[in-house]
Ligand binder design. Structure first.
Ligand code: TGC
Length: 387
């Protein structure tokens, strides 16, 4: 019988190796995330002990090659992101920040020394990284960043400024910090025990509770000359890393959506109202059908984007198609799924509202819906409307 969660048999688009990886990550999510996520979410706990386990599974920097990284394909990375986010966006976010942002920055723009020093340990989960681009007054417009790095006569660097919404910063060993220099924006590797570096978790979040986001202050942080990432100058540095994270998000969002749909489907088949299952009512069926159509379309978008990426033919504008569409549809699906659970849907016994709340962050970070709309608007009209 055709799988009710995969009407078009999209699994048929995946190789045996890809399906094997999917099953492995799905089993990990079932064993380690699902039984604990309600407590982690309610208690605002990021389970640090899971980091090494993710390293052992080959989930960290998984699409990077060499330097102890797993060297999997972009599609495989996407499949893993989807399965992880079916568990919780916070756990997928960890993998994105570590692999797509911090490790990618070092892998793309670091010196051989920097790559050898950090990447093998980061792939194993022994070293945690974070990525500091956003600032209290520079979110969608990182070009307006106020953090500076000035060079001394001896070649050392002095960093001053603040970063905000930085995932993992308070537990990270190394921070990739982007700062304005006389020579344009540059990236720096800052060991987090450097004097003047402080990371403070942001509390009372209504979203992404099983995850850590921080304020960072950089107060006269002095770094040696070799702390700079030598291979890039300008915003294309951080933007190239954002491409990697945005790509993973388009897959991940569909994981949260699929999980919500499956919960709503099961609940509607079991819950009796007016003497028959909710699933037997026309409005319920319409909701479920609309959800599954958008999930199937969203996964198709992700697979096509992944195949383009693996072939080396991906234009960043194509990532905006998936990031915008899949986040927008996923949050609508999770909210609709919640409506099918009635009052029970507002507790942590069921995942859809937790997923929807998480997706408020996911649709905001790595380029808001509005930013991706304007990236696509600029592409199709030739007119930029940011400013
Ligand atoms: P624009 O003039 O368009 O471009 C400046 C330079 O960057 C290059 N570029 C890209 N390169 C690679 N990939 C991309 N996607 C690129 N987009 C732009 C561009 O070619 C140019 O290079 P060059 O050599 O000519 O200088 O820049 P703009 O300032 O006009 O861009 C406007 C806009 C809105 C598209 C851009 O600012 C943008 O994408 N804003 C959103 C920023 C964002 O996504 N921020 C989220 C950061 S996440 C974070 O800091 C926390 S990490 C998450 C966590 O820790 O949990």
């Amino acid at each position: 019988m055709t799988n009710p969660s995969d009407l078009l048999n999209l699994d048929g688009l995946f190789s045996e190796t890809e399906i094997e990886l999917r099953d492995k990550v799905r089993a990990f999510v079932d064993a380690r995330i699902r039984p604990n996520i309600a407590d982690w979410y309610e208690g605002a706990v990021f389970p640090v002990e899971i980091v090494r386990e993710m390293g052992d599974l080959g989930l960290l920097g998984m699409h990077l090659h060499g330097y102890g990284c797993p060297g999997r394909s972009a599609v495989e990375y996407g499949i893993a992101a989807l399965e992880l986010e079916a568990g919780d966006s916070g756990l997928r976010t960890f993998v994105s920040v570590q692999g797509s942002l911090a490790m990618s920055a070092i892998h793309k723009f670091g010196s051989e020394d920097q790559k050898n020093r950090y990447l093998p340990g980061m792939a194993k989960g022994e070293i945690i990284g974070c990525f500091g681009l956003t600032e209290p007054t520079a979110g969608s417009d990182p070009a307006s960043m106020a953090t500076t790095a000035t060079r001394g006569d001896d070649g050392s660097w002095r960093l001053n400024g603040a970063k905000r919404w930085i995932g993992l910063a308070s537990i990270a060993d190394v921070a990739v910090i982007w700062a304005a220099t006389d020579d344009g924006i540059r990236g720096f590797l800052v060991p987090t025990d450097t004097a003047g570096f402080t990371a403070t978790p942001i509390e009372q979040k209504l979203s992404m509770r099983a995850s850590i986001q921080c304020d960072i202050t950089l107060d006269e942080v002095v770094l040696p000359a070799e702390a700079v990432l030598p291979e890039v100058k300008g915003l294309k540095g951080p933007f190239s890393c954002l491409n990697e994270a945005r790509y993973g998000i388009m897959w991940g969002a569909m994981g949260a959506a699929r999980d919500s749909y499956e919960v709503a489907l099961k609940y509607s088949q079991e819950r009796l109202q007016f003497d028959k299952p909710l699933a037997g009512y026309q409005i319920s069926q319409e909701k479920l059908v609309n959800m599954v159509l958008e999930i199937q379309k969203g996964i198709l978008v992700a697979v096509q984007t992944g195949r383009l990426k693996d072939a080396g033919n991906l234009d960043p504008v194509q990532i905006s198609v998936g990031k915008l569409n899949n986040c927008r549809e996923a949050i609508a699906i999770c909210r609709e799924a919640r409506t099918m659970l009635g009052g029970n849907g507002i507790t942590l016994d069921y995942s859809p509202l937790r997923h929807a709340n998480n997706l408020e962050s996911v649709r905001t970070y790595e380029g808001t819906d509005e930013v991706h709309t304007l990236i696509l608007g600029r592409h199709i009209t030739g007119e930029q409307a940011f400013r």
